[in-house]
Design a protein around this ligand. Structure first.
Ligand SMILES: Cc1cc2nc3c(=O)[nH]c(=O)nc-3n(C[C@H](O)[C@H](O)[C@H](O)COP(=O)(O)OP(=O)(O)OC[C@H]3O[C@@H](n4cnc5c(N)ncnc54)[C@H](O)[C@@H]3O)c2cc1C
Length: 396
């Protein structure tokens, strides 16, 4: 990932290193205590990280997509849970920047960018996950304003966030408002003991006739599920893809170092053909996943026509490779690989989570199947159309 950075990206990435080294030291505690601590979040805020991917006019640092990807890649090597914070916080800022009114931008973005408040993304419900069109949280206009009722579940950083993009229906149309913590009828219930993402402050959110300001509507009713959620999820999936790439790198580094030292049957592990095969496959998965992540970042940065699919492919492939190869890295390291301090057990748990979140892989692969079938047909037609005519050969 480092090799193709330009000067500005390199400067940002060098800036991340010192902070991430400090955060890495605390990441074990986050797993044990089931949550990134407030002090660490304050440290990130002080360094401007929580405004990194926000425009300068709102107090941010205006990173590009690859710089954002790099942050997730670097943090993913030791704490995929931490990338959950970047993921949801910037899904909120990006959505406000793109779809918010001037009032909403001025009200929320500077506070989100400074890290004074944290944003989270609330789409999933206890009864509705993959099939987002079926969300049942309801916004109803009444004499007090807009009343929200419903429940959201598995909300990353939901237990500590201050403002939420809450997706629901209004008059049967997909609708999203920004909802503040602390309003009457809004309860937050932390969710503990997940397989992975243990530091990610998951929560269930209950809304019981909460009154939300009309001026907190993002976009228009009808836009939320077909335009706004997919737009936000492009950024979320870039985060998951790059974090999964970090998981792969973390595993590859640990396994390679061990294979170069550990002796069995009079040889180093790296001299055993079956383990060479294992590391070769992990290395190739890492190199090819890098390509997908670059392509995803580039397609977001330049808003390319098929960016949705490019990001989906990166999320699908990279998380799949991480979930496949981290158990193998643990196998290579034997009992040592099973030790929590080695980070591999954490990466193992989180790699599986990455396959489930932000459009679970079995669902994404169906979109991708159709996408590649259409793409291949179009490319065939293009090849045919662009074939030089006989007269062109003659001229050459
Ligand atoms: C750690 C963690 C963090 C999360 N953070 C957030 C968050 O911040 N905000 C948020 O809104 N949500 C969040 N989620 C929820 C997540 O997005 C959903 O779990 C995911 O979309 C899948 O939904 P589901 O779990 O309800 O599974 P379901 O949709 O009920 O599906 C169950 C299983 O069946 C598979 N499946 C479903 N439909 C099909 C199909 N048509 N074909 C083949 N297979 C299918 C799915 O892949 C899945 O494996 C989080 C989840 C986790 C685990």
């Amino acid at each position: 990932m480092y090799e193709s950075l330009n000067e500005a990206q390199t400067a940002h990435v060098s800036g991340f290193k010192g902070l991430l080294d400090k955060l890495r030291e605390k990441s074990g505690e986050w797993e044990e205590n089931q949550g990134v601590d407030r002090q660490s979040m304050d440290m990130m805020a002080e360094e401007g990280i929580l405004g990194g991917y926000v425009s300068q006019e709102y107090g941010g640092m205006a990173w590009d997509a690859l710089t954002y990807g790099m942050l997730n890649f670097m943090a993913g090597q030791f704490s995929p849970s931490l990338t959950g914070l970047f993921n949801v916080h910037f899904m909120v800022t990006k959505t406000i920047e793109k779809w918010g009114t001037e009032y909403q931008k001025a009200k929320w973005l500077p506070r989100l960018a400074s890290g004074e408040i944290i944003g989270a993304f609330a789409l999933t419900e206890p009864e509705v996950g993959s099939d987002i069109q079926e969300v049942s949280a309801t916004y109803t206009a009444n004499e007090h304003g807009i009343s929200l009722s419903g429940t959201k579940k598995w909300i990353t950083f939901g237990a500590v966030a201050d403002v939420f993009l809450v997706f629901g229906k209004q008059g049967g149309h997909g609708t999203v408002y920004l909802v503040e913590k602390g309003i009457k009828g809004f309860e937050v219930e932390p969710i503990k003991s997940m397989l992975g993402f243990r530091g990610a402050h998951l929560a269930k959110l209950k809304f019981n006739e909460c009154i939300v300001g009309e001026d907190q509507l993002i976009g228009k009713p009808g836009m939320a599920l077909n335009f706004i959620a997919p737009y936000a999820l492009r950024y979320g999936r870039l985060s998951v893809a790059c974090a999964s790439l970090g998981i792969l790198k973390g595993g590859l580094e640990k396994a390679s170092a061990y294979a170069n030292e550990r002796m069995t049957f009079g040889k180093k592990l790296i001299d055993q053909p079956i383990l060479q095969d294992l590391i070769a496959n992990m290395g190739m998965a890492y190199e090819s996943a890098k390509f997908f992540c670059h392509k995803a970042a580039e397609s977001i940065e330049h808003d390319l026509p098929k960016s949705l699919e490019a990001v989906m492919a990166a999320k699908y492939y990279t998380s799949k490779m991480a979930a496949k190869h981290i158990p193998e890295a643990i196998q290579l390291m034997g009992a040592t690989g099973c030790l929590e301090d080695n980070i591999l057990p954490r990466l193992y748990r989180d790699a599986k989570i990455m396959e489930v979140v932000e459009g679970s892989n079995p669902v994404l692969v169906q979109y991708l199947g159709k996408h590649f079938a259409i793409k291949s047909r179009q490319e065939k037609l293009n090849d045919f159309n662009q074939k030089p005519s006989i007269s062109q050969y003659d001229l050459a």
